[in-house]
Write a protein that binds this ligand. Structure first.
Ligand code: NAD
Ligand code: MG
Length: 341
């Protein structure tokens, strides 16, 4: 078993001794800023001019500064901007304000792993990546719990980068739940692989293909929707609580026999080979290059694919059925809470 760090393994004084700047006040930013502040850490929030989040942060009692002033004043800078915006903000506002002895923190390794950002020597470079959406990072903290996190060090100028990262993780509540040490490589590559192959890409393609197979065979779209999308939550909740075996304990023997004999025919050798190719595209930097270029050229393909997905028939029938079940949408997460990191 890998070693996990808990509160007793961490020195909270390290982060309490720093001037921390949280850049960005989105999903992760608001949670880190508020949790650190409530843990007694000296926090300021860096936002671009005219940011709509500034009033929200101020109304929580946080000090808000322009990005470059926050970076200049702080000696530990956590970048919680969208991954695609970080390089430009680093070049304009962060890099020029880094001094020897400062620490530069990330919540996801993309820009370091794929060399979009190259911090100067003399600066600690570390990651504290909560394994959960920002609203849970905040909510579990206020309830006395925490969301687990990964920590990693890319550059250890002070000789204490890992201890400081653990102390930061403690400040946001993660050491209550468990902190796992990793590397920027492992975090970035497994994160991209997970979202592409299983959590987002694999899952949406599986659901859509199952739905289309049933509808094309003449079954009612409503039946196909309930079967292939709606019921997923029940199954996923059971797996979350009790693993795959726990889930199988709760389903019928007929469902379990079908699962055991048919599942491997769906995720067959060809699919596994494709998973391997996707992993290789991630490790070689091919995916990162493609995504950086897509952003540089105005996201045309991304927008087209997004619209095509949104106008698929499963979305129309789903919207109609969910409108009859208002309790479902009442508890829905904001879209940005399920992405990234
Ligand atoms: P977000 O989109 O929710 O928030 C980004 C913030 O940056 C917002 O305050 C936005 O107004 C601001 N912003 C956007 N563009 C900007 C620009 N050009 N200049 C200045 N400010 C700008 O982002 P997030 O989901 O909190 O992600 C932040 C980091 O955390 C990313 O590295 C992400 O990979 C990582 N992460 C996210 C999650 C998650 O669940 N959302 C989980 C773990 C790690
Ligand atoms: Mg992730």
């Amino acid at each position: 078993m890998a070693k996990l760090f808990y509160e007793k393994d961490v020195d909270p004084a390290l982060i309490a001794a720093r001037k921390v700047a949280i850049l960005g006040y989105g999903s992760q930013g608001h949670a880190h800023a508020l949790n650190l502040r409530d843990s007694g850490v000296d926090v300021r929030v860096g936002l671009r001019q005219g940011s709509s989040s500034a009033d929200k942060a101020r109304s929580e009692g946080l000090r808000v500064l322009p990005l470059d002033e926050a970076a200049a004043e702080a000696d530990l800078i956590m970048i919680l901007l969208p991954d695609t915006e970080q390089k430009a903000v680093f070049e304009s506002s962060i890099g020029p304000n880094l001094r020897e002895g400062d620490a530069l923190f990330f919540a996801h390794g993309f820009n370091i792993r794929f060399e979009q950002i190259t911090p100067p020597a003399g600066v600690d470079v570390a990651m504290v990546a909560p394994k959960g959406p920002g609203h849970l990072v905040r909510r579990t903290y206020t309830e006395g719990g925490g969301v687990p996190a990964l920590v990693a060090v890319a550059q250890d100028a002070s000789g204490k980068a890992k201890q400081i990262a653990l102390s930061y993780a403690h400040g946001i509540g993660a050491a209550r739940a468990g902190v796992l040490e990793t590397t920027f490589e492992e975090e970035t590559e497994t994160d991209l692989f997970g979202e592409q192959v299983v959590l987002c890409g694999g899952l949406t393609a599986l659901v859509t293909a199952g739905y289309e197979t049933l509808v094309n065979a003449g079954y009612q779209p409503e039946s196909a929707y309930f079967e292939c999308l709606h019921e997923l939550k029940l199954i996923v909740d059971l797996m979350y609580e009790g693993g795959i075996t726990g889930m199988r304990f709760s389903i019928s023997d007929t469902a379990e026999y079908g699962d055991l004999t048919r599942g491997p025919r769906v995720i067959n050798a060809a699919v596994r080979q494709e998973m391997g190719r996707i992993l290789e595209e991630i490790r070689s930097g091919h995916f990162a290059e493609e995504w950086v270029a897509e952003n540089r050229t105005g996201r045309k393909r991304f927008s087209e694919l997004r619209s095509a997905g949104a106008s698929h028939p499963i979305e129309k029938v789903g919207a109609e059925l969910r409108a009859m079940m208002p309790w479902i949408s009442a508890g829905r997460a904001r879209p940005q809470d399920v992405s990234g990191g």
